[in-house]
Design a binder for this molecule. Structure first.
Ligand code: PFF
Length: 467
């Protein structure tokens, strides 16, 4: 156990974990979700979800990993031997496999768009969203081109992981995360200084409670979960490479802060450009791959801004993909005794092959008609609507009823450098931390449980309880 690989520094760990959290979810999903669901009102709900529902699970995952020094399956097995809890870990590893299959496909699209922009390919799309839309749909439906870019993206992911925790994941995220922040800061400044750019601030942050529906609240909850990379054992795995001298609570807060700040900065950069160029801010998921390429050519130095933007999106996707593949690699190292290179190359290739079918299902091959969705959408739907919340909720229940809040507090205390911190420590007169944590975990697990039931009922009866 002692020769387990370790992070080189606390800073490296925080950057790697926030690299996992910051991904397509922040730059692709959050901006248009916030814009369409009440701006600031959505952001307030989203922040509450992150703090109340997300934070307890992030902390639990870190603690479970650091305590056991094992990846999810081993972590649950070692704290609850001979029980069925190991299946929660197995479900996490399976989700990693499924998510990476389609995440890798979108990762490939980001590379292709970086390349198009670099070659000046957005020029012909200037001011023509119809042309841009048909170019995008015909690209993702092609049999070979998207697969080529997906394979390249997956090869890069495998390349980083094979080099190990400190020499690969930490080294590369230490380069990529600051680069992401710098590029984003440049794009924010550039956007806000364009004429009308500041309208983006109103659009994103002015609370419009009339646009906030029950379904936006459900959306905010689901997204809080996805954006923090929860419910898959990623944070258990990253936590397992920690030495015991870290304050896990402040680390978790740092990661949440970075994740949220980057989502908001991406929103500002994107909408400032959209408003300045008079494009349609309500174009939903197509905003990034369809609308942005039509407006970059109109800004001075557009090819540079476009290339920087898609390169930023690519790096954000890569740091997340790395964390997903690491869950699978760590499982085969810990549980099957495989070498890092063997586990990564074999399973990285396996995931790539499944991803090829996802990509083909976007047009070339009619693989499935399950609920009238493409294979790509089925995998996305199953993992983000069911598998991640189920594992997240069970992790909360595990800490509450199997392992126990006092154990969690004992483990949290290590690294806090505060020996007086225990379950009876009172935070406000008469209210002790043990009780507060218990309530927080009960709320967190129940809210996730409710979202799951809501989704199941929506599927069976056609109308959800809320949403
Ligand atoms: N958090 C990533 C994003 O926002 O794009 C996605 C993700 C990564 C989900 C890792 C789950 C995971 F384990």
């Amino acid at each position: 156990m002692n020769n387990r690989e370790k992070w080189g520094s606390r800073f490296g760990f925080i950057l790697a974990a926030s690299g996992s959290a910051v991904g397509l979810g922040n730059i692709w999903k959050y901006p248009h979700m916030a814009g369409e669901n009440g701006g600031g009102a959505f952001t307030i709900v989203y922040l509450i979800c992150i703090l109340v529902v997300g934070l307890p699970i992030v902390v639990s995952e870190f603690v479970l990993g650091r305590k056991t020094q094992l990846s999810p399956v081993g972590a649950f097995t070692s704290l609850a031997p001979n029980s069925n809890w190991k299946w929660v870990g197995m479900l996490g590893v399976s989700s990693a496999f499924i998510i990476l299959s389609f995440y890798g496909v979108v990762g490939g699209w980001t590379l292709k768009y970086t390349f198009i922009s670099l070659m000046g390919g957005f020029n012909e799309l200037s001011g023509n969203p119809d042309l841009s839309g048909s170019l995008f749909s015909s690209f993702i439906a092609k049999p070979f081109s998207p697969i080529f870019w997906q394979i390249l993206f997956m090869v890069l992911t495998i390349f980083v992981i094979v080099q190990g925790v400190k020499g690969g994941i930490e080294k590369w995220t230490k380069i990529m995360m600051p680069t992401i922040l710098i590029i984003l800061a440049i794009l924010v400044i550039r956007g806000l200084t364009l004429p009308n750019g500041t309208q983006a601030l109103d659009f994103l942050f002015k609370p419009k409670f009339e646009d906030l529906t029950a379904s936006s609240i459900v959306l905010a909850l689901g997204h809080a979960f996805f954006t923090l990379s929860l419910g898959m054992g990623t944070m258990i795995t990253y936590g397992s490479y920690l030495r015991s001298d870290q304050n896990l609570l402040t680390s978790a807060l740092w990661i949440i802060l970075l994740d949220t700040a980057i989502a908001m900065m991406a929103g500002i950069a994107i909408f400032a450009t959209v408003f300045a160029m008079g494009a349609d801010p309500g174009s939903g998921p197509g905003l990034i791959f369809v609308v942005l390429p039509t407006i970059f050519p109109n800004i001075a130095g557009g090819a540079i801004w476009g290339t920087l933007f898609f390169f930023l999106l690519f790096m954000a996707a890569l740091t997340s993909a790395i964390s997903i593949l690491e869950v699978i690699t760590a499982y085969f190292i810990d549980e099957k005794g495989w070498s890092r290179a063997k586990a990564t190359i074999i399973f990285g290739s396996f995931v790539t092959v499944v991803g090829i079918f996802c990509s083909l299902s976007m047009g070339s091959l009619n693989i499935t008609s399950f609920m009238n969705m493409s294979f790509f959408d089925v995998l996305d739907y199953l993992s983000s609507k069911y598998m991640l919340p189920i594992v997240g909720m069970l992790t909360g229940i595990f800490v509450l009823y199997q392992w126990g809040i006092p154990e969690l507090i004992n483990e949290l205390r290590i690294g806090m450098k505060n020996d007086n911190f225990n379950e009876n420590t009172s935070i406000i007169s008469g209210i002790n931390i043990g009780i507060v944590l218990k309530i927080l975990f009960i709320i967190s697990a129940s809210v996730i449980g409710f979202i799951l039931i809501n989704e199941i009922i929506a599927n069976i009866t056609g109308s959800p309880i809320i949403g």
